[in-house]
Design a binder for this molecule. Structure first.
Ligand SMILES: Cc1cc2nc3c(=O)[nH]c(=O)nc-3n(C[C@H](O)[C@H](O)[C@H](O)COP(=O)(O)OP(=O)(O)OC[C@H]3O[C@@H](n4cnc5c(N)ncnc54)[C@H](O)[C@@H]3O)c2cc1C
Length: 332
């Protein structure tokens, strides 16, 4: 069992901020993971996947677990559906590509999201009208404190918008995920950008949908290798009826989606633009020129510089619109 000491975490987060892990391990099996956890009962612990949704503001005084469990296997199959188990460290988009190549439908709208399979349920990744919870049947885990194994059915995961029991508690290392996918693909129009990219093709193939999403994402999102970032920084806020009415008085053309009669969702990107954060830079941190919700690191190694910038944004949006934006990205 190989546990290393004093490991620089900059290569392990897409914001490329510095921080040293006191202890660092890369277990390749569930058994090895359980053993390491049991060997370090008193250390605090953090799991990282691709590091696309987190960054470091200081050294991590504990054990960082970077699972290296690979492989997929068929769990169940009949004429109309297939259930596939994918290990936590599989690259998300490679797995989506594999499903699309085999005409297994359900994940194509989540093409090109930078992620490992194991992190996908943590914040219930979503894009183009679907969330990963829609196709998950089982999440297999190891308790991060005891090393015991536990399986979660979809219901037990308590999935919500960019949230789950795994994100809320931090108590489990996800070791694999079982997805239920359909063998017949039928396109359902859910997202205006996507329909436009498909140029009126009402019956696209699963491959055409994936290719269209890849084109849109490549146009809209910065390459994290050139402009380090962690995707959308803030969640879209939910508002009560009264909060929604107050916002409309301030911003009559605010984007509002009805969730139910007393719950409305507005757009963080829109609020940032209106608060003056379109393509705004403060030192080495700023908002991306084509998408205000993406905070870009223009050259700092200090996570605290990013924290300072996002705190400034939160204060300003609150001062102008009385809404506190909640970060989607995790800071350690
Ligand atoms: C350019 C860009 C675009 C993005 N677009 C989207 C998008 O469209 N939709 C969307 O939902 N997200 C998007 N994101 C966010 C990101 O892709 C997802 O949050 C993704 O799931 C992160 O995966 P990861 O493996 O890098 O997880 P990490 O960033 O390493 O970890 C994220 C969280 O999950 C936990 N975690 C990681 N692995 C495990 C595990 N095996 N078991 C338990 N906990 C674990 C970590 O402790 C941490 O709390 C984007 C990010 C970038 C950089």
């Amino acid at each position: 069992m190989n546990v290393k000491h004093n490991i620089q975490l900059k290569p392990y987060n897409s914001f490329r901020t510095q921080g040293y892990a006191k202890l660092f391990c890369e277990p390749t099996s569930v058994e090895e993971l359980s053993e390491i956890i049991k060997q370090y009962p008193d250390e605090k612990k953090l799991v990282i996947g691709g590091g696309f949704n987190l960054f470091f503001t200081k050294d991590y005084d504990g054990l960082v677990i970077h699972p290296q469990m690979k492989g997929t296997n068929i769990w169940y199959e009949d004429a109309s559906l297939i259930e596939i188990e994918a290990s936590a460290s599989e690259d998300w988009d490679d797995f989506v590509a594999h499903c699309v190549d085999n005409h297994y439908a359900g994940l194509e709208n989540l093409s090109l999201i930078p992620s490992t399979v194991g992190a996908a349920p943590v914040q219930n990744i979503g894009a183009y009208g679907i969330e990963v919870k829609d196709v998950i049947t089982l999440v297999r885990t190891v308790n991060i404190h005891t090393g015991e194994q536990k399986d979660f059915t979809n219901q037990m995961c308590e999935f919500e918008y960019r949230d789950s029991i795994f994100k809320r508690t931090g108590d489990y290392v996800i070791t694999s995920v079982v997805f239920r996918l359909k063998k017949h693909f039928a396109y359902r129009e859910k997202y205006i950008d996507l329909s436009q990219e498909l140029k009126g093709n009402k019956y696209p193939t699963i491959r055409e949908v994936r290719d269209a999403i890849i084109r849109i994402r490549n146009r809209k999102l910065p390459d994290y290798n050139l402009l380090p970032n962690a995707g959308s920084f803030f969640k879209n806020p939910f508002l009560t009826y009264d909060e929604k009415e107050k916002l409309i008085k301030l911003l009559p053309n605010a984007t509002i989606h009805n969730v139910n009669e007393n719950c409305f969702k507005t757009s963080s990107a829109f609020l940032l633009d209106k608060a003056g954060y379109k393509n705004k830079r403060n030192g080495l941190v700023g908002t991306y020129e084509h998408h205000s919700l993406i905070i870009v690191n223009y050259g700092t190694e200090r996570g605290q510089d990013i924290v300072n910038f996002i705190e400034e944004i939160r204060q300003e949006v609150h001062a102008q619109f009385n809404i506190w934006l909640e970060p989607e990205v995790r800071m350690y």
